[in-house]
Design a protein around this ligand. Structure first.
Ligand code: IVH
Length: 677
């Protein structure tokens, strides 16, 4: 009779194997296919069960078990490893002509008219080499000087994206895999959030953090840094050992073995497709989940690679085409304070001009007092500036080693730099404000800029610079003065020709015919955005009623809470605001009466999306009409869309609506619906 202990152990052996296989499969789905197959909680449960069984039956522990990623002890130092095949670097191209020259050189050498390339992103991390023997990860090394690197096996084992063992049962006896270890942007942000919570110094950028993390002597620390990995090559000592005869073939084989490969990898024919790839990736660069600093093109056919060979430390068959850097160093020449429309004081760093992210940057916002203090940015400091995609340039951090001795910590002024009023910083808020409202010239200018903007009064041709000029030459003091402007006033202004003066006056005239919701929004009441302005105008129907409403009456309006209600009351209680409004109305600003929809019409609550060009009205007009009838107007088609209104030359939205089975209306049908409502 088998004793119960050994039966239990036999069951455990079976269960442990099943668990390991399941976990391996989930890892593969997550890291290689980018298609998670179980919720995190279920994955954690499997891991827990496995580790419980392993601690009850320690004999069952093997080093490839997913529980064995973090070893027990820290290292004293890293030992050196000699690379059997040197780890090379890549030649660079910095513009189209350099890339074309590379392609031409290769075509001539190979005597072909067209080259097939494997295109990849150039990940901004650090290169590692992984050695697998009999399908098991036995060694990992950094690139080092290319011939000798450091043994970082214990650390690399903690990277979940790197399999400790291959998937399946067919693989070469030994295989070296090379790729890039990096930290994704989300993971980097999370790491910095944790640092901030612990009151510790923030990491400057993902690349350095990835490099630093891989060189921790304590693998436990590496494990906490959420490193990731993409494989990009498998070098072979002999031709006969190759996994495939093209580079992309090798990458496919690596994927099959369970190694993650960048999903952006493509096979391309010739230069033109390469240019397209560069443009496409460049455009999507800032929305990728990780930092890249360029794209890499490799001759795809290995036989052609062999013919081309190497020059010194780089292969002739590959090139990295770099993007303009997204981070650069520069010097803070000054920190100035900008006063916004609502009186918020924003510190702005004036920088020595620097080319970053494809443009020359001279300013970067420092957001607020707390932010400047946290980063401790000072005049004279050398700072890292980042500009990714279309986002506003920002100061990432100060290079402390370069700080001069006599710098002074920055502090926000106690008085407004424009009107000298004493500033305020309410308890619990991050913003320092000038309380002077429209008496502060800076706020007055911003108020006019807002009033004239497209979604407010839409005064064509009245830009920021012109508004500043009008203030500077005392032609206006507030928005009401705009409508008293005459040709004779404007002609004396710099760069104002007769024609543009006439155009501006005409635009002012046109703007007088508006909508209550636009006018309300244009007034610039704090926290009354377009949506609130619309809700107010629909609820009350008349400006007077809004101006006289009590806070509790205002709070009856959808989305209006106590703070907004208080702001609205405060605005209309100011005599100077009431005077400005009266003058505006006297000068002829008017809008159509709003018919309050007492009983909801059929369009109430329906969701519309407008696309293409409409003939009898602009999309903005159609939007206002629909909203006045209680319909919602959204920017993108989804299954919640009731109708897509398709004008002339409708594009992808129309296709999407058709795919989702959303009803599509033409302009006539839309008008009929509106009239019937
Ligand atoms: S291939 C012989 N492919 O760039 C080819 N490298 O400048 C050697 N890198 O040390 C590398 N993404 O750290 C290759 N898709 C990619 C890459 C890539 C990033 C890094 C790698 C290498 C450096 C060379």
């Amino acid at each position: 009779m088998a004793d119960s202990k050994s039966t239990e152990e036999e069951c455990a052996v079976q269960r442990v194997n099943i668990l390991r296989e399941e976990i391996l499969e989930h890892n593969y789905n997550y890291y290689v296919l980018d298609a998670p197959s179980v919720p995190d909680a279920e994955y954690d449960r499997l891991m827990r069960e496995l580790s419980e069984l392993e601690s009850r039956f320690p004999k069952l522990i093997i080093s490839e078990s997913p529980t064995q990623r973090v070893g027990a002890k820290a290292l004293e130092s890293f030992s050196q490893i000699t690379h059997k095949i040197p780890m090379l670097s890549l030649d660079n191209a910095f513009d189209e002509s350099e890339f074309r020259a590379f392609d031409k050189r290769l075509r001539e050498k190979l005597s072909v008219v067209n080259i097939e390339y494997a295109a990849e992103t150039k990940l901004d991390g650090l290169a590692v080499s992984l050695l697998y023997e009999n399908g098991k990860l036995v060694q990992a090394a950094t690139r080092g000087d290319g011939s000798r690197g450091e043994d970082v096996t214990a650390n690399v084992r903690t990277i979940k994206a790197i399999p400790l063992q291959f998937k399946g049962s067919v693989f070469p006896e030994t295989l070296e895999v090379r790729g890039e270890v990096f930290i994704g942007r989300k993971e980097f942000a999370l790491l910095n959030k944790e640092q901030a919570e612990r009151g510790e110094k923030l990491y400057a950028n993902p690349r350095n953090t990835a490099a630093g993390s891989l060189r921790q002597l304590d693998p436990g620390l590496t494990a906490r840094r959420r490193l990731n990995f993409y494989a990009y090559s498998a070098p072979f000592e002999r031709e006969s050992m190759r996994l495939a005869d093209t580079h992309t073939g090798i990458l496919d084989a690596l994927r099959e073995l369970g190694l993650p490969v960048s999903p952006e990898t493509r096979t391309l024919q010739g230069v033109e497709q390469c240019l397209g790839y560069y443009a496409d990736i460049g455009q999507r660069r800032s929305s990728l989940e990780y930092d890249i600093d360029g794209v890499v093109y490799k001759v795809n056919t290995l036989a052609q690679q062999d013919l081309l060979g190497f020059v010194s430390r780089a292969p002739r068959w590959a090139i990295a085409w770099k993007f303009p850097p997204e981070e650069e160093l520069t010097v803070v020449n000054n920190i100035e304070i900008q006063v916004g429309r609502t009186g918020a004081l924003t510190p702005v760093a004036r920088l020595a001009p620097v080319f970053v992210g494809g443009v020359t940057v001279t300013n970067a916002t420092l957001h607020n007092e707390d932010e400047v203090r946290r980063k401790d940015v000072r005049v004279g400091d050398t700072v890292i500036i980042r500009r990714a995609g279309d986002v506003i340039p920002e100061v990432v951090s100060v290079v402390m080693e370069k700080r001069a001795k006599n710098t002074k910590a920055f502090s926000m002024p106690d008085t407004c730099p424009v009107c000298q009023s004493k500033t305020e910083r309410p308890e619990g808020e991050t913003v320092v404000r000038c309380p002077a409202g429209l008496f502060c010239p800076a706020q007055a200018v911003q108020a006019v800029i807002h009033f004239a903007s497209r979604r407010a009064m839409d005064i064509d041709g009245l830009g920021d610079k012109l508004i500043e000029q009008l203030f500077a030459s005392s032609l206006i003091q507030n928005v009401a003065d705009l409508y008293s402007l005459e040709t004779s006033h404007l002609q004396n202004l710099e760069r104002m020709a007769e024609k543009s003066a006439a155009n501006l006056l005409a635009a002012l005239e046109t703007s007088k015919s508006t909508e209550l919701q636009r006018f309300l929004y244009a007034l610039g009441i704090r926290e009354v955005g377009e949506a609130t302005a619309r809700a107010l105008s629909q609820h009350f129907g008349e400006l007077d009623k809004i101006a006289c409403a009590t806070e509790s009456e205002l709070e009856e309006v959808e989305d209006v809470g106590p703070v907004v209600a208080r702001n609205i009351r405060a605005f209309f209680s100011e005599q100077h605001n009431r005077t400005v409004i009266e003058r505006l109305l006297e000068q002829g600003i008017h809008w159509n009466e709003i018919v309050l929809t007492k009983s909801p019409g059929t369009l109430k609550g329906k969701t519309f999306v407008l696309t293409g060009t409409l003939e009898s009205m602009s999309r903005d007009e159609a939007k206002s009409i629909l909203q006045a009838l209680g319909a919602k107007v959204s920017g993108s088609v989804s299954s919640k869309t009731t109708y897509l209104v398709a004008g002339e030359s409708s594009g992808s939205k129309l296709t999407k609506a058709e795919n989702l089975g959303v009803s599509v209306l033409n302009e006539e049908e839309l008008k009929a619906l509106i009239e019937a409502d």
